[in-house]
Design a protein around this ligand. Structure first.
Ligand SMILES: Cc1cc2nc3c(=O)[nH]c(=O)nc-3n(C[C@H](O)[C@H](O)[C@H](O)COP(=O)(O)O)c2cc1C
Length: 404
């Protein structure tokens, strides 16, 4: 899961309604507390049938709000206080019922009364039976609420509690977080009319049917770039090589394996994009010989002949249209900044992100990075160790700040 500084000290209100997925909200609260957010939980009385408020109190480290008119405590207008307190809010899971109430402007319990007064960005993550999900009344309610600015994190297809299979499962934790990250973003529409293309992860070049040449890239930095572009309101396309990380939500995703496949997909999608972030670690060489049969083990040495692959970024730099912006990434162990500056020029890029995987806190398959940002106009910024998502935030800020 992506760690980030973005939630630190942020006031996040988590609403839980009466659905079988209510227990999954516990993981969300746990994640937010780990990121040092201030969390308050409000539950409907139906939610309390599915998960105990004590669980949420223990995880959020605060009393859970459940009653509009609590019997033994003075709470005054705590619905207004909580609405005013929140920097961002999420209802997960959101029942058919509560979505209908939000659409209709009904405020007949604590949760709906808070949401009547709330004025921060709100994520709604519906979860319900597939037939409830397909009900045109619900779909109308979602469409109308979306037009009012509510951020709907869509449910997934899969096995549902009643034994059905279909759409209606609560979105996985990482999708809820991707949406909440957008809700707390300080520049939520800085790329709102932009199309951003991102490549992520490694490529695999087959030696024979069972062996490949590859590298250690996990795809975390590229995925962070895709999340960040999404959080800034861009329409995002992501091309990635083999990786184990979960797919982001609400972006077009193309999976590839080899450098040549990556090149073919980039060639197709690149002309339509405004910003291309080439974060993937693409193989520079691929086996030159035939690969149809498994190479047998012998006593003698084995020499593999390798041919260079297409330099995708260079090709994009040579074929850019006016207004297109190119972000390159360079992993260099020797004189990273000199080599970065050279690549920035040679490949006709707007900016390059250089890192040295030998530094502690930088490199492959970890959650943090240490980078230097270099712009074609000469601007430079060194970023010391930060979570990759926060590095991605700085990269887009740097690009936007330096664009002519
Ligand atoms: C066992 C059980 C499971 C339910 N699961 C869901 C569900 O996943 N999603 C949903 O929208 N409603 C579900 N319901 C119905 C809601 O609990 C019901 O509509 C309730 O009034 C919702 O109240 P609330 O919106 O105030 O939380 C379920 C009901 C029962 C009895």
């Amino acid at each position: 899961m992506f760690p980030t500084e973005r939630f630190r000290n942020k006031h996040i209100l988590v609403g839980i309604t009466g659905g079988i997925a209510a227990y999954k909200a516990a993981e969300l609260v746990r994640y937010l507390i780990q990121q040092e957010a201030e969390v308050r939980v409000v539950m409907t009385s139906a939610a309390g049938k599915f998960i105990s408020p004590l669980t949420m109190e223990t995880l959020s480290q605060h009393a859970v709000a459940t009653d509009l008119f609590p019997e033994n405590a003075f709470s005054g207008t705590h619905h207004i206080n909580l609405a005013d307190w929140a920097d961002a809010a999420i209802i997960a899971p959101a029942s058919y019922d509560v979505i209908g109430k939000l659409y209709s402007g009904i405020a007949d319990d604590l949760l709906t009364t808070i949401w009547a007064a709330i004025h921060c960005p709100t994520v709604i993550a519906p979860a319900m039976n597939v037939n409830m999900w397909n009900n045109p009344i619900l779909q109308r309610n979602i469409d109308e609420l979306s037009k009012l600015g509510y951020l709907f994190c869509p449910p997934e297809e899969g096995f549902l509690a009643e034994g059905y299979s279909g759409k209606g499962r609560l979105a996985p934790l990482e999708h809820l977080i991707q949406y909440l990250y957008r809700a707390v973003h300080p520049a939520p529409s800085s790329l709102s009319i932009k199309k951003v293309l991102v490549t992520a992860g490694k490529t695999e070049e087959p030696i024979d049917p069972v062996r490949v040449i590859s590298n250690r890239s996990s795809g975390k930095m590229g995925l962070a770039m895709a999340w960040e572009a999404f959080a800034r309101g861009a329409s995002v396309k992501l091309i990635h090589g083999p990786m184990v990380l979960p797919h982001p939500v609400d972006m077009e995703i193309v999976e590839i394996a080899t450098a040549e496949e990556m090149y073919q997909v980039v060639k197709k999608l690149y002309p339509e994009c405004d910003i291309f972030a080439s974060s993937a670690a693409v193989a520079d060489y691929t086996p030159a010989g035939p690969v149809s049969r498994k190479i047998k083990k012998k006593e003698a040495d084995l020499t593999l002949e390798l041919s260079p692959t297409v330099d995708i970024l260079k090709d994009c730099g040579e074929n850019r249209t006016s207004g297109q912006q190119l972000i390159g990434f360079a992993v260099e162990t020797d004189s990273p900044e000199e080599t970065g500056a050279q690549k920035l020029n040679e490949k006709n890029l707007d900016m390059i992100v250089v890192n040295n995987p030998r530094e502690k806190g930088a490199g492959f398959d970890i959650d943090t990075n240490i980078v230097t940002l270099m712009h074609r106009n000469g601007a430079r910024e060194k970023i010391s160790v930060l979570p990759k998502l926060d590095v991605a935030f700085r990269i887009f800020d740097f690009l936007l700040k330096n664009q002519s």
